[in-house]
Design a protein around this ligand. Structure first.
Ligand SMILES: Nc1nc2c(ncn2[C@@H]2O[C@H](COP(=O)(O)OP(=O)(O)OP(=O)(O)O)[C@@H](O)[C@H]2O)c(=O)[nH]1
Ligand SMILES: [Mg+2]
Length: 475
């Protein structure tokens, strides 16, 4: 096995699709040259590991903050300036440690407190946190950091990421779109599409509500509206953009918010309302105002909650002076939007991780530059199996996300929503079944009469998806 492979301990067992792909890989392996066999070993290794999710986005968009919230522990350094320089993989393992992986594939354990990254390609941190049994999280340097987009080092390190959480802030710019494409390079050429990408509109607390028409001046509606608009701008690459206040998620998920912080907030709540309102307009005003809360405490509150979070907590304490630390933590956690993100990640990534991993492995297998006939035949056989329908669906969703399919937008949208299970069921079971059967029939005739080869492939998969849905409802 390649010395580049990490030794993150696998705990959960591979799902049926991953197992089927692994079996196919083992069947092909003896026919390959040593480099081909090595590539297959790498693939088998990755198939046996939890889903590898890279958190990507522009500099200072809040990637490391989100990584901490996801892991539930403040492990990644965060800062207002450009901060994360080396990609860092967080996986389950004991003893807890950080290893520096050098560009030649060798590794050494980083002594605590040391920052000697000489020759490093990336870092691997092993933690005994339960959540890491089911995922490997990769924190990445900001896209747009000096040289980072073209930096082969960071590409290599996140190569093999099977899924991506894309952290956006207020503006989706053309170069953000480009950054999504740059991710394609980092995933060994596999496009990030709705099947493996979830987008987040972070720093929702800093969006001026008045800047978003239709929000009625309400912060949450502003964030939601903007997120919807970003989804449209990103096209079929993502099915949803989830608004998030990553800072509040980190503070509440990592246990950093304590009773001492609530005491500090109480002292702010005791300041006369007019003064308090002015103090909480800007960080400088908060830090410079005469009041009996020591400045370091104010700095800490800003770091933990920023102005919006402080205002929310103080308002809650004014409304209900009995609020406990637990109550406030719940209020802040709710405001962060992390619950919704977690639900999206569970639905969109974790619960599909078997199929995502299997699809990624098939792509990597197809890219091995030898015995192509054998490899393609094996893949075709595998895809022909009924249980591989999910893989076919992922294949066409990725095709649609690439933007090259000539088909009416409403039909493409229907397929994406079908494949992502994006629409909650409506009507009685019988009505749902009737609808699924009707759409199955429609797509079958479309595949037979209305389409070229690509459209026909899509229609075929859509037909089958509706048919399976109908079967599930009438069984
Ligand atoms: N107000 C606010 N600040 C946030 C939020 N998320 C992160 N921040 C702050 O933004 C700054 C940058 O956060 P990081 O997590 O270091 O950003 P990053 O994307 O990892 O940055 P690089 O590693 O330099 O690319 C830090 O000061 C965070 O505390 C948020 O939701 N709201
Ligand atoms: Mg960072």
């Amino acid at each position: 096995m390649s010395p580049r492979c990490g030794n993150i301990n696998r705990v959960s067992t591979p799902g049926p699709l991953s197992a089927a792909v692994a079996q196919a890989c083992r069947g092909i392996r003896p026919q390959l040259s040593p480099p081909g066999a090595e590539a297959v070993d790498q693939l088998l290794h990755q198939l046996a590991q939890p889903l590898r999710v890279a958190v990507v986005g522009r500099v200072s968009s809040g990637k490391s903050t989100l990584v901490n919230a996801l892991i539930g522990r403040r492990v990644a350094a965060t800062d207002v300036g450009e901060c994360t320089r080396l990609p860092t993989r967080y996986g389950y393992g004991a003893p807890e440690r950080t290893e520096v992986v050098l560009t030649d594939g060798s590794r050494r354990v980083l002594s605590p407190g040391s920052e000697d990254y000489t020759g490093a390609n990336h870092l691997e941190t092993y933690l005994a946190n339960e959540v890491l049994r089911d995922m490997i999280v990769v924190d990445t340097p900001g896209l747009g950091a000096v040289g980072a987009e073209q930096d082969p080092v960071s590409r290599t390190a996140i190569a093999g990421a099977e899924a991506v959480i894309y952290v956006l802030t207020q503006l989706v710019r053309q170069d953000d779109q480009d950054a999504l494409s740059a991710f394609t390079a980092a995933t060994d050429g596999r496009p990030a599409g709705p099947v493996n990408a979830v987008a987040v509109l972070n720093k929702a607390d800093t969006i001026p509500a008045d800047s978003v028409p239709g929000s009625g001046g309400d912060q949450r509606s502003a964030a939601r509206l903007l997120a919807q608009r970003q989804r449209l701008a990103l096209g079929p690459r993502v099915t949803e953009v989830v608004p998030l206040i990553g800072l509040l998620a980190e503070t509440t998920e990592t246990g950093m918010f304590t009773a001492a912080d609530v005491d500090a907030l109480r002292r702010l709540a005791a300041v006369p309302p007019a003064d308090r309102d002015t103090m909480l307009l800007a960080a400088d005003l908060l830090l410079g105002w005469e009041c009996d809360l020591p400045v370091p405490d104010r700095e800490r509150l800003l770091e933990l909650l920023d102005l919006h979070g402080i205002r929310l907590a103080v308002d809650s304490l004014v409304d209900n002076p009995q609020c406990t630390v637990g109550d406030l933590r719940r209020i802040l956690a709710e405001a962060s939007g992390f619950g919704e993100l977690r639900a999206r990640l569970t639905e969109g990534l974790w619960s599909r991780s078997d199929a995502i991993k299997a699809a990624a492995a098939l792509d990597a297998l197809a890219a091995i530059p030898e015995q192509q006939h054998l490899i393609w035949d094996t893949i075709e056989l595998l895809l022909a199996r009924p249980e591989a329908h999910q893989l076919r669906m992922m294949e066409i969703l990725t095709l649609i996300a690439s933007g090259g399919v000539d088909m009416p937008a409403d039909l493409l949208d229907e397929v994406v929503r079908l494949g992502m299970n994006a629409d909650p069921p409506t009507g009685s079971r019988e009505q749902q079944a009737a609808y699924a059967l009707e759409r199955a029939g429609w797509w079958r005739s479309y595949s037979a009469f209305g389409a070229g080869p690509v459209q026909s492939r899509i229609a075929h998969v859509a037909h089958r998806a509706y048919f399976l849905r109908w079967q599930g409802l009438t069984r």
